[in-house]
Design a protein around this ligand. Structure first.
Ligand code: KIV
Ligand code: ZN
Length: 531
């Protein structure tokens, strides 16, 4: 039997929880990050970059939680990577956060472009090379699996970058990642850069070469593909393409690109494509980043045919206008599975099991109670509704405040007035009222009055889970408390209720993170700005 590793197997490195989480307005708590990591594991990614532990106590806790609690995937447990600048405290923090993982990796980086070396770090090429060498050596003494990235490589001098890579390999880095940090490269140039690095550093053939591309010119996937064709075998990406500025290479696009064109490209991943749609919805729901309708692979319209001639063709033979089957990416069933108010507990359990949630005992009771409440208000409960609802109901919430009830008086003739009751951290009922600019503003400020927390709204989004007048509304809120962000979600047929729920959860998250930061006497998020 041939057990040699497949040379054309591409390692999927997901950075949704690190680079992705750097998108403005995203603030995930540790249990939300763990939930995303579990889903990424079901999707079959090989490496999960769980965060940047030195950045804040919250980031450290999230990475540690994932390292300690993540289950195994279809091909065993994924590697858990933590990011560290090429500085001793960063490398120590990264190691402390991931050391309990089955397969830990330290990912350390430093810029090799003169633009960064001179203008950002006020340093010299020689110093940077020394720092890279020392950081990799320190990381390698702690962890067998070390990745090194020369940041802003595509705008750096290739000969100098090659020298730094040689130093990193000499010190034991086993993955070398080439970031197009500012999304400036074009495919032929990126491929030529990698080819030149292979010539200058023959030892690159004995490590894994990786690509990490940003989408500022809309070329992240194209550049990543060019890099893979030039010999890279790890691709760094994020779900729905989220990430710094215009985002990272989209994970789902890479998976389906390599799968759909496998015969021509000859490259494979270990992904389970039918988990793509669910992963995309979960990340969108928890980050509040709505997926554009025409987004490749996961957009609402990615498999919709509007033109009559296309519809006619697809009805006769799907391949006339479709290069992929929606079912391959898990988009089947979401419209067809329907429950109503007469559906029983067994039907709910069965429907949930089809969606991949095995509910029993208390979890099933909770889900059933919530399902009945919705089914009373909404004629048809679809699979998408169930997924939103049950994920909302069963999600581990941060201990803190909980919404009890609210009342809003709204009229076009006078400012709206809201009264809200919440349960406080010690179980006491707290009430507050406010007259606001609009009903949602009044509810949010009434929550502040009830909790005596001066939370500032940073982001508020609302989306219908499905179409129709009685659609469930899904809200996502980010607030800031004393300079620390927290996010929360809510789901209901009543958008005011969904908004109030999301606001109270976001506030609880921010209060908890603020307390954590105070405890460690370091202001959350302000310690280090992620790269
Ligand atoms: O874009 C970038 O350069 C990065 C590195 C930290 C890999 O995210
Ligand atoms: Zn990046």
């Amino acid at each position: 039997m041939n057990t040699a590793p497949d040379p054309d197997r591409v390692i999927l490195f997901d950075t949704t929880l690190r680079d992705g989480e750097q998108s403005p307005g995203i603030s995930l708590n540790p249990s939300e990050k763990l939930e995303i990591a579990q889903q990424l594991t079901r999707l079959g990614v090989d490496v999960i970059e769980a965060g940047f532990p030195i950045a804040s106590p919250g980031d450290f806790e999230a990475v540690q939680t994932i390292a300690r609690r993540l289950d195994s995937g279809p091909e065993g447990p994924p590697v858990i990577a933590a990011l560290a600048r090429a500085q001793a405290p960063d490398v120590d923090a990264a190691w402390n956060a991931i050391k309990d993982a089955g397969r830990p990796r330290i990912h350390t980086f430093i810029s090799t472009s003169d633009i960064h070396i001179v203008h950002q770090f006020n340093s010299t090429r020689e110093d940077v090379k020394g720092q890279a060498r020392a950081a990799v050596a320190q990381a390698r003494a702690l962890c067998e699996d070390v990745e090194f990235s020369p940041m802003d490589a595509t705008r750096a001098d290739v000969e100098y970058t090659a020298e730094v890579l040689q130093a990193a390999i000499d010190e034991g880095a086993s993955t070398i990642n080439i970031p197009d940090t500012v999304g400036y490269a074009v495919p032929h140039e990126y491929a030529a850069f990698l080819t030149r690095l292979y010539e200058l550093v023959p030892d690159l053939h004995s490590v894994v070469l990786s690509v990490h591309c940003h989408d500022d010119l809309g070329l992240a996937v194209a550049n990543s593909l060019a890099g893979l064709r030039a010999g890279a075998r790890q691709v760094e990406c994020a779900v729905n393409g989220i990430g710094e500025r215009a985002g990272n290479t989209s994970l789902e696009e890479i998976i389906m690109l390599l799968r759909t064109r496998e015969a021509d490209l000859g490259l494979r991943t270990g992904a389970v494509p039918r988990e793509i749609a669910r992963t995309s919805r979960l990340v969108s729901r928890l980050t509040g980043y709505v997926v554009q309708p025409n987004k490749a692979i996961v957009g609402r319209n990615a498999f919709a045919h509007e033109a009559g001639i296309h519809q006619d063709g697809v009805l006769k033979e799907r391949s006339t206008y479709e290069i992929m089957d929606a079912r391959e990416v898990g988009l089947d069933g979401s419209g067809s599975l329907v429950l109503g108010k007469h559906s029983g507990r067994h039907a709910l359990a069965q429907a949930m099991s089809e969606l991949g949630f095995e509910l029993k005992g208390q979890a099933l009771n909770v889900a059933f109670r919530r399902f009945k409440e919705i089914a009373d208000r909404k004629k048809q409960v679809t699979a998408m509704d169930l997924e939103a609802l049950v994920a909302d109901e069963l999600r581990e919430q941060v201990a803190g405040y909980a919404l009890r009830w609210f009342e809003v008086e709204a009229s076009s003739r006078r400012p709206p007035h809201a009264t809200v009751a919440v349960t406080g951290p010690d179980g006491e009922e707290l009430t507050g009222s406010f007259t606001g600019d609009g009903p949602i503003d009044a509810v949010f400020r009434a929550v502040n009055a009830a909790t005596s927390v001066d939370a500032r709204l940073r982001d508020f989004r609302i989306e219908a889970v499905t179409g129709g007048q009685d659609a469930l509304g899904e809200t996502s809120v980010v607030v800031e408390v004393g300079g620390v962000a927290g996010s929360g979600q809510g789901v209901s047929t009543d958008i005011l209720e969904a908004a109030a729920q999301a606001y109270v959860r976001a506030l609880s998250n921010a209060v908890r993170r603020r307390a954590l930061a105070d405890e460690r006497a370091a202001p959350e998020r302000e310690i280090v700005r992620a790269p």
